[in-house]
Ligand binder design. Structure first.
Ligand code: HEM
Length: 461
């Protein structure tokens, strides 16, 4: 398993590197960095006296540590891959109990009031409880109950594509959002100007807005995040009261609140409204950008590899014929389409460096000392390339048709933090891929061919 031991154990460094510091902010930064350097040199003495050393890594600079080594442009996963070849080890699974913490993002948790989100929670009782609840809704067996909704919105996508093919990016986001919102809240999503879609979409930080200050952004985020949690939830409550609620995760939780309270931990931990709001809101928040990006990778691959597109269309035609649309019932008979979906996740994992895990307590691996607070990032991009043989850069679904080939699981993260929405994501990807390829040919704009170097680095690439 590949991973990157991140630098100097200061969880704030990654946050700092993406923020533009000016004048006074620089002064604050260097002052605190100086204090941290002093602190680190003291703790360094403690473990070097025991014959231990820090894991190998790029040499650190005075005051800035390894901050300047973090590549901000290009393809950072390639730099981390070079580091991994020298520094790799096994951590997330075997030592998952201590390598599953998160760093507390001040912007998201304190200023943006995102501390209810399980993505940022430390791995405590509350986090375990939230994950167990999500499992009921997003686990492998729970998927059957969402498939009708997913099929319905895949057809909405086809209708939108027929009307305006060049809007394929916005149509895909709309369809994925509708699938997630309808299965979670039972809300019927309008094709245009849906009020619930507008509410949840606004919860994304408006970082593009020129002149927006850090504080303004945080205040705005707070308002939209509260709306994301409260408004779709309030709509379900109102529908339940009026007797018009469609079955959904939220409605079933609200209806069975009392009985669930008795069965969970013998009633020690309540399923209150706050909990229902938090776990349902995180589904949209964590699921939309990631799944949308995977669908974008699919479109890109189909443009670049027309022979693969053709092979997939032939399978669909042979299995489904010409009088119907693909459904989940066809899935078992569509091995090439299933393999193509896996190849989308492997070829360009949309979260190429996963989400940072943080070490909860000091640890020793061999002769190395890993200080508490060290950030560990799985190099998922590298993981999904490494194990699949020499033609790793090629988009080749056939690799997944061979016996015993591993699924591209690192695309969904690691250990105890592995993405709880992965089955939902795979289901959405399948129905979109099958429906779109069955109905349309995807062709590039010859004058404006996409370039593989145009992938933008970031949590989602
Ligand atoms: C192709 C689509 C998706 C990809 C590639 C993806 C990938 C990831 C990754 C890499 C992580 C971090 C795991 C770690 O820390 O090791 C994560 C976490 C998470 N994902 Fe996904 N995800 C996808 C779709 C979804 C969907 C559809 C949902 C919800 C329905 C979802 C919900 C979550 C949540 C709640 C977490 C936080 C888990 C925790 O911190 O304990 N994801 N995902």
């Amino acid at each position: 398993m590949g991973f990157k031991v991140c630098l100097n154990g200061n969880p704030n460094d990654n946050t700092l590197c993406t923020t533009k510091f000016k004048s006074l902010r620089y002064a604050y930064f260097y002052f605190f960095r100086f204090i941290i350097t002093l602190y680190e040199s003291t703790s360094l003495k403690t473990f070097t006296s025991k014959g231990l050393k820090l894991p190998p890594g790029p040499p650190r600079h005075f005051l800035t540590g390894n901050l300047r080594d973090i590549p901000l442009n290009g393809k950072p996963w390639e730099t981390y891959d070079q580091w991994k070849k020298r520094f790799a080890s096994e951590l997330f699974d075997v030592r998952g109990a201590i390598y599953s913490d998160r760093f507390q993002s001040v912007m998201a948790c304190d200023l943006g009031e995102f501390d209810w989100s399980l993505v940022f929670m430390p791995p405590n009782e509350t986090w375990r409880h939230h994950r167990a609840m999500l499992q009921q809704h997003l686990g492998k067996t729970a998927m059957v109950q969402h498939q009708i909704t997913l099929e319905k919105h895949s057809k909405t996508l086809l209708a939108l594509l027929l009307r305006k093919p060049l809007g394929f990016l916005e149509h895909s986001r709309h369809a994925i959002g509708a699938m997630i919102l309808e299965s979670t809240y039972g809300l019927s999503i309008q094709v245009e100007n849906d009020p619930n879609v507008a509410v949840v979409e606004r919860a994304y930080i408006p970082s593009w807005f020129p002149g927006t200050t850090f504080k303004q952004k945080a205040n705005e985020m707070k308002i939209h995040v509260r709306a994301l949690k409260n408004e779709p939830f309030a709509a379900v409550k109102a529908a339940l009261k009026a007797g018009s609620a469609s079955p959904s995760f939220v409605s079933s939780l609200l209806e069975s609140q009392a009985s669930i309270n008795d069965s969970f931990n013998n009633g020690e931990r309540d399923i209150d409204e706050e909990l229902i709001k938090s776990i349902s809101a995180i589904i949209y928040f964590a699921g939309i950008d990631t799944t949308e990006a995977a669908v974008q990778v699919f479109f890109l691959a189909m443009i670049l590899f027309p022979d693969i597109q053709k092979a997939a269309q032939e399978e669909l035609e042979n299995v489904i014929g010409s009088n119907s649309f693909p459904t989940f019932k066809d899935r078992a008979n569509l091995p090439y389409i299933n393999a193509l979906c896996k190849e989308v996740l492997r070829w360009h994992p949309v979260a190429p460096l996963g989400l940072p895990h943080v070490l909860k307590q000091d640890d020793v691996i061999g002769e190395y000392f890993i200080p508490k607070g060290t950030i560990i990032m799985g190099n998922s991009r590298n993981e999904t390339l490494d194990v699949y043989g020499p033609d790793v850069d090629a988009f080749n679904p056939k690799r997944f048709l061979k016996e015993g080939v591993k699924d591209p699981d690192p695309a969904f993260g690691y250990g105890r933090r592995i993405c709880p929405g992965r089955y939902m994501a795979e289901n959405i990807l399948f129905i979109i891929v099958a429906s779109v390829l069955y109905t349309f040919d995807i062709k590039p704009d010859e004058k404006n061919l996409p370039n593989l170097d145009d992938f933008v680095p970031g949590f989602i690439s």
